[in-house]
Design a binder for this molecule. Structure first.
Ligand code: F6R
Length: 279
């Protein structure tokens, strides 16, 4: 009897705590043991939608990210193509961003990244692949950005948008200060972003000063958004993005206003969330 009472009390306590942290988390958040499990879960969601759209004889419009974070999602999608026959013939992809200026054949370009980690391993038609043009002449940039936006809209919008998060809270290359209404454009990269990219470019001084990025509004127009963060180095910004107030200083906080966004974290990136602060 005494034992049962104790058990009931514990359950109630846990429930209260659950309510507390759910209130703190303004973006639905899934925490996995490791980045592989989180990435496989996202890849499954993407595959499900591709197959559903295929049945409906429709295209599946994917918004893709680069960086170290999505690599395991791409690896899993490539595996599903090879081993399970998942076809990407009905997929049209739009990448979030590209450095500017950069040659699309440069090792650090997101063109090369996408071929290396995904496109070379699946059957997506080449003409269905869209990336911002890091070689667009300066006087054509505005026109390019406008037509990138228009193409997405003309196809009915992005069905699933994949995102990582920068240590400064950027999504795409929407650096701190980016407005919620921002569209695809040229942007000056912040110091933190350049430091983080410095390794790939063999020194921060070689990192391009600018990037072309889809805007915050362009991202928020997606029907479904998966944002991933892995590792302890992301834990501070993850806490701000999920639990903090919405602010232009941290563009990822704008995702709190999107009705169909989920954060996928590993345990290390989630460590500072209130839900893990209860002893
Ligand atoms: C890349 C992108 C960026 C990255 C972010 C995290 O296309 O849009 O926002 O997602 O900088 O980068 P990683 O994953 O390398 O930590």
């Amino acid at each position: 009897m005494e034992k049962e009472k104790k058990k009931a009390f514990v359950t109630e306590d846990i429930l209260k705590r659950d309510i507390a942290y759910r209130g703190m988390e303004k973006i639905p958040t899934e925490v996995y043991d490791d980045s592989k499990a989180a990435s496989v879960a996202i890849a499954n969601e993407i595959a499900k939608l591709i197959r559903q759209k295929e049945k409906e004889k429709k295209n599946c419009i994917l918004g893709l990210a680069t960086g170290s974070t999505p690599i395991k999602v791409y690896k899993e999608l490539a595996r599903m193509h090879k081993e399970e026959g998942l076809s990407f013939k009905n997929v049209i992809s739009f990448n979030l961003d590209e450095y500017y200026p950069i040659d699309s054949k440069a090792l650090q370009s997101y063109h090369v990244y996408m071929n290396t980690y995904l496109f070379d391993h699946i059957d997506i038609p080449k003409e269905n692949i869209n990336l911002p043009d890091g070689m667009a002449p300066q006087n054509k940039i505005e026109e390019f950005c406008k037509s990138y936006e228009e193409k997405i809209i003309s196809l009915g919008g992005i069905d699933i948008q994949l995102l990582g998060i920068g240590r400064d809270g950027h999504i795409g290359f929407n650096e701190p200060g980016s407005s919620k209404k921002s569209k695809t454009r040229l942007i000056h990269l912040d110091k933190i972003t350049k430091i983080d990219a410095g390794g790939d470019f063999f020194g921060i001084e070689n990192v391009p000063k600018y990037a072309l990025t889809m805007g915050v509004e362009s991202i928020l127009n997606a029907k479904r958004i998966f944002i991933m963060a892995y590792g302890e180095s992301k834990s501070r910004i993850v806490k701000k993005a999920i639990e903090g107030p919405i602010t232009q200083e941290i563009p990822s906080t704008f995702l709190q206003d999107h009705s169909n966004t989920s954060f996928y974290l590993d345990r290390a990136a989630a460590d500072l969330l209130v839900r893990f602060q209860c002893p």
